[in-house]
Design a protein around this ligand. Structure first.
Ligand code: ADP
Length: 629
């Protein structure tokens, strides 16, 4: 077959590998062994349902061998193997799963991070080899093919001879240079060490031929030393999650995570536990330190890997995680699960449901601990996944609200940082009966809302809601520790004394005619127009009556199934502001101007709320007319 070119992205990565100055080149072996192990997993997994595949788990293994003279290091597995087409697709292009989140390819420092933290996969072989050959025979084919490449110039695929299914990778190790002693990768002892260091937990034997000297009886009955070669298993095969927690280094947890769950950054938190209750199982869970790049796409599947006694039986068991913890990665290993269990049965499995419930509680309590003991880290977590918790609170008619409400954070006007509802309530003023909140696009914008000013002035703490889902969350919560939630922009906010209320009532009655006339001019737009005490320096604001606030109107109408929901709007005028008198005068003396002022004021109030105005040209003209007068 003629020479083929790598896909652009692969070429970039390849180039990076070949010219790598990365000091930890030895990780190439971890990557190749991990691929081999995956391929065996896949084969074993298929054999559970595919009668045509006949294997004995005992025979599955990865063999590493060295040919020092020929400078070859060989990694061989009896896994699923690859067809000609798969060789082309998988090794000619970067696998989708390992999507490269290259930040800045130009910076060498970044490169090192990528190599160190992210399972860069197959191409890392080029860090140490000047020629790589991959002979493979798929279980689905009776032909074998060899993929070979010297690097960026491309690759070839040719038919070859291979008896059994699986993959054999031959690395032609580079000659030593001044900076790098590549020959170390041809040393049995070194390779053994690398396998132990990175791949000890791999659940299949990784074997090597090890030379031993044995004393044997020679022909002349004299004892003599003889070198014998024995195939030995190098790894302990104890999976990481079955090891003693105290003996696992953070680095081990992290590299297991980056490699297994395709992340390039180490996790924010590791949760490792062994449960010995009604059912016996181990879990190893990870909270990622950032949103997975595909989190909000259809491709993202939540779920945990499910193992039965160390053997992978399902890759993404979604029943093990509630949606609101869908960002958690990890695995569950139970000794009591049957290997041949089908997916449908799993869904109804009582044991699995109990495990899922426990996992949920575990994640929740770990998050609570984090919130309590490491606020900074929790906030980092919340920045990424807080929205998920909010949706979880709101979803299913608030079925899980009690579970999640104490994990939520909102921005506080007085603390100038994120606070919990518990913290808010603990600081409430004695006479205060409600939790005040205001919503808007950003903290800065909310802070400038006219309605916010007077509450701040009176020393009340206000929660600033900047996410679409926030107000819906409060609606579903209804109360927190018997305190209701009150939007500072709603009509039922009540800060006045009895006396003040009376005074305002009278003001509104005295000017009834004028206010009615304004309402008439804004017909279809507002429910009511009235004087208010809720403003301090600002002349006007909008408030809403009923369940739908102005922010909610915006959110609901931005949805695809927009039903043109409308908040019931009230235009409020600051009775102490000069504009109040101006309006009164105009109403008496200049009806034409009164009309213009009303329209402009209403348009201004909408703009302050971040609502659009229907007729900007008209408003602009009106303003100019007023100016020109
Ligand atoms: P990743 O492992 O992140 O998917 P790699 O570049 O390491 O990316 O490997 C690309 C693909 O090549 C794998 O997803 C797998 O499908 C295939 N592959 C690699 N090594 C083997 C192997 N030993 N046996 C079978 N398939 C393999």
């Amino acid at each position: 077959m003629s020479n083929k070119q790598f896909k652009a992205e692969s070429k970039r990565l390849l180039d990076l590998m070949i010219n790598s100055i990365y000091t930890n080149k030895e990780i190439f072996l971890r990557e190749l062994i991990s691929n081999a192990s995956d391929a065996i997993d896949k084969l074993y997994y298929r054999s559970l349902t595919d009668k045509k595949i006949n294997i004995n788990r005992k025979d599955l293994k990865i063999k590493v061998s060295i040919d020092k003279e020929a400078r070859k290091l060989i990694i061989e597995d009896n896994g699923l193997g690859m067809t000609e087409e798969e060789l082309d697709n998988n090794l000619g292009t970067i696998a989708k799963s390992g999507s490269l989140a290259f930040k800045s390819e130009n910076e060498k420092k970044e490169d090192i991070n990528i190599i160190g933290q992210f399972g860069v996969g197959f191409y890392s072989a080029f860090m140490v080899s000047d020629l790589v050959e991959v002979e493979s025979k798929s279980v689905d084919s009776d032909k074998a093919y060899c993929w070979s490449s010297k690097g960026v110039d491309g690759y070839e695929i040719n038919p070859c001879d291979k008896e059994t299914a699986g993959t054999k990778i031959t690395l032609h190790i580079k000659e030593d240079s001044e900076e790098e002693k590549y020959s170390q990768f041809l040393d049995t002892y070194t390779i053994q060490g690398i396998i132990k260091k990175y791949s000890d937990y791999i659940s299949y034997p990784i074997t090597m031929d090890i030379e031993h000297t044995e004393k044997v009886e020679g022909e002349d009955k004299k004892e003599e030393e003889k070198t014998v070669v024995k195939e030995e298993t190098i790894n302990s095969m104890i999976p990481l999650w079955k090891k003693d927690k105290k003996k696992i280094k953070e680095e081990e947890y992290n590299s297991f995570y980056t490699e297994k769950f395709y992340d390039y950054e180490k996790p924010l938190k590791v949760i490792h536990s062994s449960v010995e209750g009604q059912y016996k199982y181990d879990t190893l869970l990870y909270i990622p330190s950032h949103l997975p790049f595909d989190y909000y796409t259809k491709e993202y599947e939540k779920g945990l890997q499910l193992y039965a006694n160390g053997v992978l039986i399902m890759n993404k068991c979604s029943d093990l995680l509630p949606d609101y913890f869908g960002f958690v990665k990890g695995l569950v290993d139970s000794d009591d699960l049957s290997l041949n269990i089908s997916r449908e049965i799993l869904q109804h499995d009582r044991q699995l449901r109990v495990i899922a419930k426990n996992i949920e509680n575990k994640i929740k309590s770990e998050l609570e601990n984090l919130l309590k003991n490491d606020r900074e880290k929790y906030e980092e977590f919340f920045k990424n996944f807080g929205v998920q918790l909010k949706y979880g609170t709101y979803a299913d008619y608030g079925m899980n609200k009690e579970k999640l409400q104490d994990l939520l954070l909102f921005y506080s006007s007085t603390e100038k940082k994120l606070v919990t509802l518990k913290e808010y309530v603990a600081k409430m003023k004695e006479e205060q009966t409600s939790i005040y909140y205001a919503s808007g696009e950003s903290v800065d914008k909310i802070d400038l809302l006219p309605q916010v000013e007077i509450l701040k002035d009176k020393g009340y703490e206000i929660l600033y809601l900047t996410e679409n889902v926030d107000e819906f969350v409060f609606q579903v919560l209804m109360q927190y520790e018997e305190k209701s939630f009150k939007n500072v922009c709603s009509d039922n906010i009540d800060l006045d004394s009895k006396e003040e209320k009376e005074k305002l009532k009278k003001k509104n009655e005295d000017n009834k005619e004028m206010l009615e006339s304004m309402k008439e001019l804004l017909k279809g737009e507002v429910q009511n127009v009235r004087f208010t005490h809720r403003l301090k320096n600002h002349p006007i604001c909008l408030t809403s009556e009923g369940a739908i606030s102005l922010e909610m109107e915006k959110t609901l109408n931005a949805m695809p199934n927009n039903q043109n929901v409308k908040a019931q709007i009230i235009l409020e005028i600051n009775e102490k502001h000069e504009i109040a008198n101006k309006l009164k005068n105009l109403f008496k003396e200049d009806k034409e101007s009164f009309e213009k002022y009303t329209k402009v004021l209403y348009a201004q109030a909408r703009l302050i709320e971040g609502l659009s105005i229907e007729n900007p040209t008209e408003i602009s003209n009106l303003i100019c007319e007023i100016f020109a007068k």
